[in-house]
Design a protein around this ligand. Sequence first.
Ligand SMILES: Cc1ncc(COP(=O)(O)O)c(C=O)c1O
Length: 340
Amino acid sequence: MIREVTNPTLKPEFGTVPTDHMFNATYENDHWDAGELVPFGQVSLSPFAACFHYGQTVFEGLKAYRQPGGGMAVFRHRDNFGRLNKSLERMGMPALPYEVWERGLTELVKTDAHSIPGKDGILYIRPFVIATEARLGVRISGKYLFVITTCEAGDYYNKPLSVMVETRFSRAGRGGVGYAKCGGNYGASFYPFKLAKEKGYDQVIWTDAATHQFVEESGTMNLAFIAGGELLTPPASETILDGITRKSIIALAADLGLGVREVPIGISDMLQRMASGERIEAFGVGTAAVIAPIEHITWNDHTYSCYVGEDASMYKLKKALLDIKFGRVPDKYGWMTVAG
Ligand SMILES: Cc1ncc(COP(=O)(O)O)c(C=O)c1O
């Protein structure tokens, strides 16, 4: 039975209250075990464990959505699995077998989905892999732990964002780890975020490390614009995370009759178009917010306004995506996997 939402204002802060279970699998002697579902609890590691020192940690983030029949369906989890293994490869960590991923995800969602209240309840799923070998020498760990945890998804930005174009710090460089969802990418972004917040911005727009002339991502989201009847977004690359929401929005934009171009986007050109009065939508896309509208972009002390009116196409894209996720329209792309 689905619990009713009692008092939404009492909802705990996102990511602080887990559901009752988690799934663990371990790797040693060149082999992943089958893993098991266990009650949510502490993970005990030696202070010598490699993850505390050398950054071999990767994670994923995905969601399961309540369906009209009351069950939950997970969105595009095979894409998250593929990306997890790309991240693991880049960090010198062993690939996870698909059977372990699928069984863990299915068992956990089936067991704990009932604890998410509401007919439009969303379960946030956080899988991760960490290096656990207890050895201080700087070398690839021989032991790993894979864990899947879940919690109720939170509400994200509820007002359009004010962002600044980051031209001093970089998120990712050519040949680096930008395309991997490894912990270090996020650790390195906190200081630039902190400085941007202190200046009153909600987020930064990352630019390419070499020239700071081309936009890459927005905070922990991919970045897209709608201008002149086209969806424009920089191509996924070794410095841009291959976002699953981004891929989905690209498919849906074509359905809505928008042109789609995955092209490098010069910040100066785009902002000049805004300054000349052209109606341009800018938004972040990602699992957490789905679409986060951007209202103001500041670059070199000038602030530019983006279109956030009610008839903006980005809201239509968001609705089209949520309709599929919640099973309100047929899933013609085969994106949803019913889990329980
Ligand atoms: C750096 C970064 N870019 C983009 C995204 C969006 O990816 P997705 O749509 O798969 O959530 C995320 C979130 O996972 C992210 O952390």
